[in-house]
Design a protein around this ligand. Structure first.
Ligand code: NAP
Length: 282
């Protein structure tokens, strides 16, 4: 039976370390969260971030714009926050509401790279590529952090990442490569994906399809990290991995919920602290 990786506990430890540092700082780090429209899921995330900031001694501001606020108003808000000294990190909750004329790329590009705590700006993405970065994107960095906590070292291991999105799959594969893993990335056009997955010593799934990873695809003793956050037919939160069967084959496994999700939030706090230091706060 696999060891279940306790993302909640590791996230708590990470946030406690951030709180310890902010307690000693003369100026508090600050995070601004922008939410456009009234998507209930985004609201839940934003509330969670506010709570995390309180726990970590981080000042936070929230801006809720109506769904029809428009690109110009959103960019003006970002410009104002870029100029605000009490704000070190700016996060715009994505996706922006459908059916309006928003340009997400322009929004991402507009955030000052030194305040880009999501690490989505091409300047930061490029720096990650060459291994010289200030911030790492929260979810892939959270995965690496979990592996470190459980002394899972990707060096020399066959690592398989399912999914190639800009926010998870691609940066995840880069981080594993930096840590000397031999990395294969699978996506919707990968033929015989099951055979590739079967070779993985470390499998990271970020597809968004419940049950896409089953026990027969997993090499005995593999580490299985499930990034996905899906709803099953009963409306319950679940990952990509068939947890019940795969835990009997894997050596380590993350649950959903309680695995990668809490770490994503904890890394956001860490990145905000890093941004504050970059801005000379101490
Ligand atoms: P995304 O942008 O939709 O990307 C999904 C990826 O999966 C794409 O690269 C896609 O391939 C690939 N894919 C789709 N069907 C596939 C199949 N049948 N076989 C193999 N690959 C397939 O999603 P995302 O934003 O990366 O998120 C992925 C999952 O992680 C979602 O469940 C999301 O909710 C979750 N997530 C969790 C956290 C967290 O904090 N835990 C954070 C972010 C995301 P193509 O590129 O070919 O289309």
């Amino acid at each position: 039976m696999a060891t279940i990786i306790d993302g909640k506990a590791v996230a708590q430890k990470t946030k406690a370390a951030v709180a310890e540092e902010t307690k000693r700082m003369s100026q508090r780090p600050g995070l601004a969260v922008i939410i456009v429209g009234d998507d209930p899921a985004s609201r839940v995330y934003v509330n969670g971030k506010r709570k995390d900031c309180e726990e970590c001694g981080i000042y936070s501001e929230e801006y809720t714009l109506p769904a029809d606020a428009g690109q110009k108003a959103l960019l003006e808000l970002i410009d104002a926050l870029n100029a605000q000294d009490n704000i070190d990190g700016i996060l715009c909750q994505l996706p922006l509401p459908a059916g309006y004329d928003y340009d997400e790329k322009e929004v991402i590009y507009r955030i000052d790279p030194s305040k880009d705590v999501d690490a989505f700006h091409p300047f930061n993405v490029g720096r990650i590529m060459i291994g010289d970065y200030d911030f790492l994107p929260c979810t892939p960095a959270g995965v690496m952090h979990l592996m470190d906590e459980y002394q899972i070292n990707p060096e020399g291991k066959r690592c398989v990442v399912l999914g190639r999105s800009n926010i998870v799959g691609k940066p995840q594969s880069m981080l594993l490569l930096h840590r000397h893993g031999t990395v294969t990335v699978c996506h919707s056009r990968t033929p015989n994906m099951e055979e590739v997955v079967r070779e993985a010593d470390i499998l990271i799934s970020a597809v968004g399809k419940p049950g896409i990873v089953t026990a027969d695809m997993v090499k005995p003793g593999a580490v299985v990290i499930d990034v996905a956050m899906n709803r099953n037919e009963a409306g319950k939160l679940c990952g990509d991995v068939d947890f019940e069967s795969v835990q009997k084959v894997a050596s380590y496994i993350t649950p959903v919920p309680g695995g990668v999700g809490p770490m994503t939030r904890a890394v956001l706090m860490k990145n905000t602290l890093t941004a504050a230091k970059l801005h000379g706060k101490h």
